[in-house]
Design a protein around this ligand. Structure first.
Ligand code: SF4
Length: 372
């Protein structure tokens, strides 16, 4: 069965790193003018040389995003189901070796949390959990989706990698999108960040978006954890992955997120610091390379960055987020996955978006565009 592994094995980490160093500003300008852009143009946009073209790239990003998505930002909120996890990930507060109280929402607690989100006028909810198959496995997710479906127009999940049949079951229940991040495409160091548990299997995770695509899930979200390894090289592989998936599962839509490593109890410091201007360059690179890609910005980013990015490529934002199960109401003190940076409420974010001349949209793009 064809999978991204076949493409991935044709590239070497160090070879991409060297290529990035050798890109000239003339190469960047040449790629910017091309009509049909490839992942190799994306590589040019990511390069250190492209940082000198950032003003032009930002203007192009703004124009391309407005042309494809209008002046709108889709809003969503995460709903953490459980912080149980059987994996050790050195960068995550939910890691198995973090000796803190664990919590999984009961049906009643789930509905209490959901009612708080509804009071914030949230219609698009992202269900998140750690990886603990016996406690929060597919039956738990099926039940949660059944309970929430009548109350939200769009349900996405960000949970452990599942099998194709399991994604199909969740698709039938009404799951619209699945997010899965490779964290890093550096195969050699992947094991150091993931020393124990199912997540330590690099290739099982790498094949996950293929399983999601085969199951017919409507939208697939990818990303890397920025701060682990060289963001430029990791992002090139992430774009290569999206490029392959778009050709293979052409009926699905794709989104990309940019989680930058944030503080959490008991976790490592970033290995590579990514400045705000680097993140802006990365967002511009994705937009100029791929006009259809949805670009999501979470509350990991600070207020100033989020205010500015509304008109510079973002298509979706989370707001008012709590990253602990029960965080909205049921158990506000439970262990959180990471500290958010932008702590403004959903209403404050809506106001900020309107002030920037954009419309905050509480539904998914499909609902927005279905009337066109
Ligand atoms: S990143 Fe995911 S799998 Fe790893 S410890 Fe955190 S919740 Fe568990």
């Amino acid at each position: 069965m064809k999978s991204f592994k076949d493409v991935f094995e044709g590239y070497q980490w160090d070879e991409i790193k060297n290529k990035l160093e050798k890109v000239s500003q003339a190469d960047v300008r040449c790629s910017l003018q091309k009509r049909n852009k490839t992942p190799h143009d994306f590589l040019n946009f990511l390069s250190p040389a492209a940082s000198h073209e950032l003003e032009l790239m930002a203007k192009m990003t703004q124009a391309l995003t407005q042309k494809r998505f209008g002046k709108t930002i889709q809003l969503y909120a995460p709903l953490y189901l459980s912080n149980e996890c059987q994996n050790i990930c050195t960068y995550c507060g939910f890691s198995l070796d973090n000796p803190l109280k664990r919590k999984t929402l009961s049906d009643t607690e789930l509905m209490v949390e959901a009612s708080v989100l509804k009071s914030m006028e949230v219609n698009h909810v992202l269900l998140v959990s750690g990886e603990a198959n016996k406690i929060v496995g597919v039956p738990y997710f099926q039940n949660a989706v059944r309970l929430l479906k009548p109350h939200f127009s769009n349900i996405s999940i960000e949970v452990q990698p599942l099998m194709e049949e399991e994604y199909s079951l969740l698709h039938e229940e009404g799951v619209h999108s699945v997010l899965v991040y490779q964290e890093t495409y550096h195969e050699d160091v992947y094991k150091e960040y993931h020393p124990k548990g199912k997540k330590s299997n690099f290739h099982f995770r790498l094949d996950t978006p293929d399983r999601i695509g085969r199951a017919g899930i409507h939208k697939i979200g990818l990303g890397v954890l920025l701060g682990l390894e060289d963001w430029r090289v990791d992002s090139f592989f992430n774009a290569l992955h999206i490029d392959y998936l778009q050709k293979q599962y052409w009926k699905s839509k794709f989104s990309v997120s940019f989680p930058r490593l944030r503080p959490a109890e008991g976790i490592i410091e970033p290995n590579f610091v990514m400045e705000d201007k680097d993140l802006l360059q990365l967002i511009c690179a994705y937009r100029i390379w791929n006009e259809d890609l949805e670009i999501s910005i979470s509350t990991r980013e600070n207020e100033t960055f989020r205010n500015n990015i509304v008109s510079l490529g973002a298509t979706a934002m989370s707001a008012g987020s709590k990253t602990n199960p029960g965080g909205y109401s049921v158990d506000k003190e439970s262990l959180e996955q990471f500290e958010t940076s932008d702590e403004r409420s959903m209403e404050e974010i809506r106001r900020m978006i309107r002030k920037a001349g954009y419309d905050p949209v509480m539904k998914d793009w499909d609902s927005v565009y279905s009337g066109f």
